[in-house]
Design a protein around this ligand. Structure first.
Ligand SMILES: [Zn+2]
Ligand SMILES: [Zn+2]
Ligand SMILES: [Zn+2]
Length: 309
């Protein structure tokens, strides 16, 4: 079998497993494994389309034909990290972050102790849907429907659609919350994730006024604390630049107004309470007022000189 046939067969097997996963949790594990493996095989197929040797981990120079050729050295083929590296070297685009998420989902399912991890699987299928479409469209000038068994592809597409509808319902429940500070609105609707499982299926379970609400994850069922969600998700969206620990140049700091760690320095606004710093410049010397100097109108230097009163 070719890599392409292997890949599609693996995905089809995974979908069969998926259908049986609700009654047999072992099937969930093999569903996740097969679908992930199938995507890797499709990616290898794309490399092989350029040159068979690109699929192998190690290459060696060969002059036996009179001209230099790079031939496989051993039988090991490329893994996730090497596939990503070759892709980059070839200047090709692909959403490897999403593939990494699928890898994490697969690992989570393998270590999952629940009887029916079907919600996680659904998300995995929905994410896979996007990648499979992209591989066929962007690299093989084809469509999944032309290569996958119709019922397998229909199942994947159907699950992706259900996942999208669930995500939309959760987003709508967040959007309906009143008193969300304006600078937070977009972030609150689009960027928050469950702290337990990373799913976007965060639904407002009760309460109408931000932040006095209870949010639950529709994938893993965990209650998520609103403050924790904002702190962690804002931190992830605005990561510290390299060497920040040495230079003190972090991207997000504690808000002087609400004490939540969600003050985004580049926006100069807190993504929890929506406030900016009360004192921009020192009333005495005109120096920029740091976040930890916001308890009065004078900077710490001037305060120390006795101007506080
Ligand atoms: Zn969750
Ligand atoms: Zn704040
Ligand atoms: Zn001053």
């Amino acid at each position: 079998m070719s890599l392409l046939e292997n890949g599609t067969a693996s995905i089809e097997l995974g979908v069969e497993d998926y259908k049986l996963a609700t009654i047999n949790a072992n099937r969930a594990v093999s569903a996740a494994r097969n679908i992930y493996a199938g995507i890797l095989l499709l990616l290898k197929h794309c490399l092989a389309e350029v040159s068979e040797s690109l699929v192998f981990q190690r290459l060696k120079p060969d002059l036996s034909t009179g001209t230099l050729e790079w031939v496989p050295d051993g039988k090991k083929t490329v893994d996730f990290i090497q596939i990503r590296e070759r892709w980059k070297q070839l200047g090709w685009g692909f959403d490897f972050a999403l593939l990494e998420k699928i890898q994490r989902e697969r690992n989570a399912i393998e270590h999952w102790h629940s009887e029916t991890p079907t919600e996680s699987l659904r998300e995995l299928l929905a994410d896979s849907f996007q990648l499979i479409v992209a591989i066929f469209r962007d690299h093989l000038e084809s469509t999944p429907a032309a290569h996958l068994a119709p019922d397998a592809w229909e199942t994947i597409a159907q699950e992706a659609k259900i996942q999208a509808e669930l995500a939309e319902a959760c987003r709508a429940s967040r959007k309906a919350v009143q008193a969300v500070p304006e600078p937070l609105e977009d972030f609150w609707e689009d960027e928050v994730q469950c702290l337990e499982c990373g799913s976007e299926l965060l639904r407002v379970d009760s309460g109408t006024q931000f932040p006095d609400i209870i949010i639950v994850c529709d994938r893993c069922g965990e209650n998520n604390d609103v403050v924790d969600v904002i702190e962690v998700c804002v931190g992830a969206a605005y990561p510290d630049p390299p060497r920040a620990w040495r230079d003190g140049g972090q991207s997000v700091d504690k808000c002087p107004n609400c004490d939540v760690n969600a003050y985004v320095l580049e926006l100069d606004v807190c993504l929890f309470c929506g406030e900016t710093r009360p004192y921009d410049r020192c009333a005495m010397c005109g120096a920029t007022m740091e976040l930890d100097e916001q308890d009065g109108e004078f900077c710490s230097y001037c305060s120390n000189l006795g101007w506080r009163d």
